[in-house]
Design a protein around this ligand. Sequence first.
Ligand SMILES: Cc1cc2nc3c(=O)[nH]c(=O)nc-3n(C[C@H](O)[C@H](O)[C@H](O)COP(=O)(O)OP(=O)(O)OC[C@H]3O[C@@H](n4cnc5c(N)ncnc54)[C@H](O)[C@@H]3O)c2cc1C
Length: 463
Amino acid sequence: MTTLTHPSSLEAAAAVAPIDGPVLFPGDDGWDGARQAWNLAVEQRPAAVVFPRSTGDVVAAVRMAEDAGATIVTQGTGHGAATHGPLDGRILVRTTNLRDLRIAGGTCRVGAGALWGEVAVAAGRYGLSGLAGSSTDVGVVGYTLGGGIGWLSRRYGLASNAVRRIEMVTADGHVRLIDDRHDPDLFWALRGGGGGLGIVTALEFDLFPVASVYAGTLAWDAIHAPVVLAAFREWTATLPEEATSIVRFLNLPPIPEVPEPLRGTRMMTLGAAVIGGAEHGARLVDPMRRIAPLAGDTFAMMPAADLRHLHGDPDGPTPGLAHHTLLAGLPDAALDALVGVAGVDTPAPLISVEVRHLGGALATPPANAGALSHISAPYVLNAVGAAGTAEQAAASSQRLTETVDAVARWSTGSYLNFAERAVDVDAALGTGTAKRLAAIRARIDPGGRFAMRSTVVPDRASR
Ligand SMILES: Cc1cc2nc3c(=O)[nH]c(=O)nc-3n(C[C@H](O)[C@H](O)[C@H](O)COP(=O)(O)OP(=O)(O)OC[C@H]3O[C@@H](n4cnc5c(N)ncnc54)[C@H](O)[C@@H]3O)c2cc1C
């Protein structure tokens, strides 16, 4: 990996770099905003932050980094900032200003700074949907480079497998158009391999004919957690692939931002989206309505673009910590373990402990799949804790460890997009895939100009 030998070499390189967009250094006006990730819990201290306004600016930024001997980290939003840590001595390239978005012929082409919420609204005007995740302001590029699972995934698979073409600036300063005919190996690596092989400047991907969905949330008092989890397991075993759902322990903090009567309450919720009309959707969801007294039911037909709000993710920068694991199944012992670690009797609960139903199209590799070809695990556990202060972060971190450890017996590995802690890449992608990715990286970025989130080493000591 390249290291920045002296900050002055970077300032000298920046002084002559033909970059039109802002380049900021520590102490400059706006420095704190420039270095701040979406995840406010991550303190980033890069050597410089570049905001390219064009592909030409990206090329110049890569050449500047080469002149200065610096490593580059690229961010669209900083939702995934925890994977790169403090960024000491690195150049942070933020693609915020590369925001163009075009829809034509059932595909969408976005600049690297585009957010999923923007795609959802634009595609919705054509009666189409992209394969967005649960959050409206996650970046399309960072999400897709790591795979991408969301409300339409069981029907249409991973977002990374819907990619048609990628424009990327590589370490040699060249702008490459990459698809299944132009450097198919690199095209494979970029789809789910985690990124870090260059700076993606634009992405083109398929949209799908989903204009509206039957979707919503059922809510129960958290005392019903054992019944809800067992019913979720039985229910998901019968669901067709047009239904995608998430069950979760939701602990709403006693803060003014949470409306009464939900403020400070502990709930179990089931969120789901069903493609295929109201009658079909209601027929699928109805069995879950009957398992225990409901505290809420918001299911209705809605524009598919509104799915971006269904999960209730914060749509602005937030401090948080997360931990996850893929699960082989939900036997009784696993459900008991979850209730034990996240149920009503647990003190200082995490904000959310959720189990997402995978399977369906996610479990089958399509023809010409990318590096993350599919996910065979039927469920993924993802937990999120508050991290507004150092004390809160320490407590959440411990609770997250306990939560994932409680179901470790059923763990089948990691999913890169949810991996905030160090993961073993072999375990996340398979040894063969990890080796092929390493070989492609050695060809495309031999000097290690770009930090790669998927090269984090196994760090079981922190767990
Ligand atoms: C609230 C929340 C909800 C989420 N929901 C989901 C979900 O439903 N499904 C899911 O699959 N994931 C989800 N995630 C995880 C999310 O997909 C990852 O954190 C993803 O990496 C975020 O991409 P980003 O561009 O927004 O973040 P960033 O932190 O900006 O980027 C993440 C990484 O992607 C790479 N990268 C980004 N842009 C470029 C580029 N232009 N060129 C090269 N590399 C680049 C870099 O390695 C970067 O570190 C969620 C995360 C959060 C915080």
